[in-house]
Design a protein around this ligand. Structure first.
Ligand SMILES: [Mg+2]
Ligand SMILES: [Zn+2]
Ligand SMILES: [Zn+2]
Length: 838
């Protein structure tokens, strides 16, 4: 039995210069990397002792071969010490708390006692004591009597003594080092450090192994070195120069200049994005990527290489719509299908077809690899394909191209939703884009203005089963966010079914065109109503009644649409819910597939179109709207006069200015609503109204803005007041509060808007643009934080949510155990549910 030990805690320390020298396998002195004959220079930055990166060579230090030797560190002896950039601020804090002559604490005994008590359990108090000690700078040292000096820290790594008001003297790093060395071990706890502070000053600089900064040989056989190597070359060069300068007896000031340069290079070796100094650059002008830049941020080691990785069996391209494929299908270009593979095990039923794939090789449908029963894998090539096909046995695995019916996961970023990743069935198609049914745009939040999406191919039977159960599109018709349908007929699908359900008489010929290949028409009938044709899509025994967007009653009795016109409430609402809950996910999906296809046929036959003349109004509507707006403007002018005279009726809790603003806004929005009503009732062409009311596209506000008036533009929820002194634009007089001077766009989009109106509209429009940009950034960050904090939670077998330590987070998932996307099922069986819980 082996002895088991549990690690109680891990503590990190700062390496001292002696430790660095002890760990180092080579002192690096030579700034040249390779000699003229191409071998690495011993004592240079590519010293072979630092690790093995060539196959066939053994490491002199650990005797390991290429992938066995993990590399070893070397070190550079710095001629003059420099500040470790990660501790520059910490050093400043320590200097402020100690005496510069004897290194003893500035704390009084009383403060020490209080601080010790507070440091572990009352951080705020401890920090307060500390800042009081720092502030008390006038007193001389109570241990050695030394007069104190005020210290100034200049980012990123300079320290000064302040003398008098304006004079400053730089403090040499060697002096700081001496100072820190004087600090006693027992005083360290009052300084809140666990490591010797002089280790924050570097005299020996560790040099990373060459495994972490390998050189790349380009095609032209020229060598290109890693950024870190470049940086180390700079450090070595400046180090040599300082040495030479000291040896030549140059004046102190020149040495100090070079010393500062060494500090700069060592600091940027750690972090090349320091504020206060320019980043070190490559010859080409590109900033160097040094240690911090390798680790930090989205493209750094943590977020790019550890939290997420590149994957195989995935593809990405632009998406485009295809209403003729099912919602659970995905059109995959042949080009992609040829690159993706699925392992299929040969058996007596599929062996012949698999042989055919092997013979096809790289041609579609082909295969790329064979794994035989004894675990040997062979690539299928032009020269060996016939031999491999002949030698194929039952039990061998063939990695064949993906084909119709294979299961894949489809995804669109940002994947904020469970329904951002769903499982589709492959359907190979011509072209270069992924094709999806437009009814599944909503869950992915996709459109076709250039959106790209990702496909992941399942690699095992287990994965296929899991995906089909958990991720299938049909199972996600109901949104887990609000419990209503998120997949359904939208836009043209709604217009189409609306037209259909309102058609009084459809000849058999036309009916065949609408239903052909979708549903079968009853033999005996010659003429149909639209409702009859729509009813063909419904299950024979369905009974529902609900209210549509027009507030009309929709009655479906025994699978027949009796009353009401079909709109978005049916195509992506109540009807889908009823189908999903009563007849199952596949029935709902089937209805969506068929009804949307039919809707498009209806539109092809009857048409629904909208043009510039669809915004024309009949009769005296234009005059009425003008009068209404005049009236409103007059009333507002009256309010303004009242306010100037001080006769305006005040509003409780508001200043007179704000009250006036309120009155104006109320008046203007009232006017716009009235204008909208007039416009909606007097349009010559009702298409825009139908589209808005059925929920197909647009709203009555859009109609109003097109035909009547665009209305008040707002920035930060208020009328526009900013711009020039006491006015918004130079086109107006000062102190003009009238609607037109504060962002009211009186014209309609069709009439065209005036230059000042255009300007105001652009201001309002810009605000929404900026808002969306900021919102996406913020939600991305929020998502990241949520993922990091929730990633180890899971629902256990008792339906409680636990973290990785087994601690209960919720006794019941979501505190009620309800899956929102299935909640209507629960409510219908409310009684059972309560019995189940009790
Ligand atoms: Mg888009
Ligand atoms: Zn080694
Ligand atoms: Zn002292």
């Amino acid at each position: 039995m082996s002895l088991q030990k549990k690690i109680g805690s891990v503590q990190f320390e700062l390496a001292s210069e002696d430790l660095i020298r002890k760990l180092s396998v080579a002192e690096i002195k030579d700034p040249t990397t390779y000699s003229d004959d191409g071998y690495p220079v011993v004592g240079g930055l590519m010293d072979p002792r630092l690790g093995v990166i060539d196959p066939g060579i053994k490491c002199k230090i650990c005797n390991g071969r290429m992938s066995e030797c993990l590399g070893h560190i070397g070190h550079i002896e710095l001629i003059r010490p420099v500040v470790h950039i990660g501790y520059a601020k910490e050093i400043f804090r320590i200097l402020e708390l100690t005496c510069r002559k004897c290194g003893k604490l500035k704390f009084t005994e009383d403060e020490k006692k209080k601080f010790k008590e507070a440091v572990d359990n009352n951080k705020d108090l401890a920090m307060k004591i500390e800042s009081e000690v720092k502030k008390r700078n006038e007193e001389s040292c109570r241990h050695c009597g030394e007069e104190p000096m005020k210290i100034k820290f200049v980012k990123p790594y300079s320290y000064y003594y302040l003398v008098g008001k304006e004079e400053e003297y730089p403090i040499l790093i060697t002096d700081i080092e001496e100072w820190l060395k004087k600090i006693k071990d027992e005083d360290m706890e009052y300084l809140r450090i666990r490591v010797r502070p002089e280790n924050m000053i570097l005299r020996a600089l560790p040099v990373m192994s060459i495994l972490s900064r390998p050189s790349i040989t380009l095609e032209s056989s020229t060598r290109s070195e890693d950024d870190l190597t470049h940086k180390l070359v700079d450090i070595l060069r400046i180090n040599e120069r300082i040495k030479a300068t000291i040896d030549s007896g140059a004046p102190q000031i020149i040495i100090e200049d070079l010393w500062n340069l060494l500090q700069y290079h060592v600091a940027t070796y750690f972090d090349n994005e320091l504020s206060g100094v320019p980043p070190a650059r490559h010859r080409s002008g590109r900033p160097l990527k040094t240690i911090c830049q390798r680790l930090k941020g989205k493209e750094g080691r943590f977020r790019n290489n550890l939290s997420g990785k590149r994957v195989n069996f995935s593809a990405r391209t632009v998406i485009s719509p295809d209403p003729n494929i099912d919602i659970d299908e995905l059109g995959v270009p042949e080009l992609i299908a040829k690159e993706m593979s699925v392992p299929e095990r040969a058996n007596e039923y599929n062996i012949e077809i698999l042989r055919k794939y092997i013979l096809n090789g790289g041609n579609y449908p082909g295969a790329s690899k064979i794994v035989t029963g004894d675990g040997k894998s062979k690539r299928i090539l032009e020269i060996n394909k016939e031999e491999l096909a002949k030698g194929l046995n039952a039990g061998d695995l063939v990695e064949r191209h993906i084909m119709n019916g294979d299961i894949v996961i489809f995804n669109r970023q940002p994947s904020l939703h469970i329904v951002s990743m769903m499982c589709h069935k492959v359907r190979i198609m011509k072209g270069r884009t992924f094709r999806i049914n437009p009814a599944v745009c909503a869950p992915y939040n996709a459109d076709f203005d250039g959106d790209e999406m990702n496909m992941h191919v399942c690699q095992s039977e287990e994965a296929v089963v899991e995906e089909e159960v958990l991720m299938k599109i049909n199972q996600h018709i109901i949104s887990p966010r609000y419990g209503g349908p998120i997949i359904g007929g939208r836009h043209d699908h709604v217009s189409g079914t609306y037209l259909l359900s309102n058609k009084e008489k459809i000849s058999r010929e036309t009916a065949l065109q609408i239903t052909g290949g979708i549903v079968e028409l009853p033999e005996e009938k010659a003429d149909f109503t639209g409702k009859e044709i729509f009813s063909l899509l419904l299950p024979k025994d369905i009974n529902v009644a609900y209210v549509n967007k027009f507030n009309e009653k929709i009655i479906i009795e025994d699978g027949k649409l009796k009353e009401g016109s079909i709109d978005a409430e049916s195509m992506a609402g109540e009807l889908i819910m009823e189908l999903f809950n009563k007849y199952g996910a596949d029935a709902a999906a089937d209805f969506i597939n068929k009804s949307t296809r039919m809707a498009i046929r209806v539109l092809e036959i009857y048409g629904l179109t909208l043009g510039i003349d669809s915004t024309d109004m009949k009769g005296d509507a234009v005059q009425k709207i003008n009068n209404l707006l005049d009236e409103a403007e007059n009333k507002i002018a009256e309010y303004i006069i009242q306010k100037e005279k001080g006769e305006l009726k005040p509003i409780v809790g508001k200043s007179l200015e704000d009250a006036l603003e309120d009155y104006i806004m109320i008046e203007l929005s009232k006017a716009r609503d009235k204008c909208g009503k007039i416009a909606a009732s007097s349009l010559v062409d009702t298409t825009p109204i139908i589209m808005a009311k059925t929920g197909a596209r647009g709203s009555l506000l859009n109609v109003t803005q097109m035909s009547a008036t665009v209305g008040q533009q707002a920035v930060r929820g208020k009328r526009i007041k900013r711009g020039y002194i006491d006015r918004t634009l130079s086109s107006f007089k000062r102190h003009d509060f009238s609607p037109s001077a504060c962002g009211f766009v009186r014209s309609s989009f069709k009439d065209g808007i005036s230059p000042t109106e255009y300007f105001f509209h652009a201001m309002g429009g810009r605000e929404t643009l900026v808002d969306t940009a900021i919102r996406t950034g913020r939600s991305g960050y929020l998502q990241r934080r949520l993922i990091n904090s929730l990633l180890d939670l899971k629902v256990d077998e008792n339906r409680a949510v636990r973290d990785s330590g087994g601690n209960i987070i919720q006794f019941l998932y979501g505190e009620d155990g309800v899956d929102v996307s299935r909640k209507t099922l629960l409510y219908k069986k409310e009684k059972d549910v309560f019995e189940w819980f009790s």
